[in-house]
Design a protein around this ligand. Structure first.
Ligand SMILES: NC(=O)c1ccc[n+]([C@@H]2O[C@H](COP(=O)([O-])OP(=O)(O)OC[C@H]3O[C@@H](n4cnc5c(N)ncnc54)[C@H](OP(=O)(O)O)[C@@H]3O)[C@@H](O)[C@H]2O)c1
Length: 176
């Protein structure tokens, strides 16, 4: 099973513009690319803060019985009991490696890790990412949520570069 981290960042490495939740700052080109690429993953993993920023569309999508799996990391899964739909919208405090083993055994082959900073940091630290796909927007925020929470000493290899539009780069990396 492949686990791909997908993130859009400012030039100074933030995934939010200041304290505004969500990633509305991204270019139109990234929004088109991102919505198309998400369709190619059978499971979308995220932290509870990222879930809360997209709560309405995610819970709406999960009502559809053919929905993909959305799995939300939280230390309080009981808090979300009334929203949970097994196989479509799940809330968990399991270790990420145990989650990945479980969903691999359920037949998932391509998993998208959708952040945010705490969860990208957790997966990077635990060496659970096969690739990291970064949309680099030509914007500077000065403040915001850093892409990887915590301290890291990781090296990655750049494996692909593409322009999504003249100001927007897509960079694909493999952690060493
Ligand atoms: N630009 C982008 O591409 C992009 C991508 C994703 C997100 N974002 C934005 O980034 C912001 C969120 O990032 P964030 O770093 O603040 O939060 P986050 O990573 O989305 O979620 C953090 C939450 O995950 C849960 N969590 C963390 N470690 C855990 C563990 N070991 N086990 C179980 N649960 C764990 C905790 O939930 P509980 O508090 O419920 O316990 C924690 O509060 C949002 O504004 C979002 O819209 C931007």
């Amino acid at each position: 099973m492949e686990v791909i981290g997908i993130v859009a960042i400012s030039l100074d490495g933030f995934i939010t513009q200041g304290n505004k939740p969500g990633s509305a700052f991204t270019s139109a080109a990234d929004k088109v690319w991102f919505s198309q690429i998400l369709e190619t993953f059978s499971a979308h993993l995220m932290g509870s803060v990222t879930f809360e920023a997209e709560r309405e569309p995610i819970t709406r999508a999960a009502r559809n019985t053919s929905s993909k799996l959305r799995l939300v990391f939280t230390r309080s899964p009981r808090k979300y009991h009334s929203l949970a739909k097994p196989g479509r919208l799940e809330f968990t405090d399991e270790h990420p490696a145990a989650v990945l083993r479980r969903i691999r055994d359920q037949g998932h082959e391509r998993v998208a890790l959708l952040g945010g900073g705490q969860i990208y940091g957790l997966f990077l630290r635990e060496n659970l990412l096969d690739e990291l796909w970064v949309t680099l927007e030509a914007r500077v925020f000065g403040t915001g949520t850093p892409v990887f929470a915590g301290e890291h000493r990781k090296n990655l290899n750049l494996i692909e570069v593409a322009n999504l539009d003249p100001n927007t780069l897509l960079l694909k990396y493999k952690p060493e």
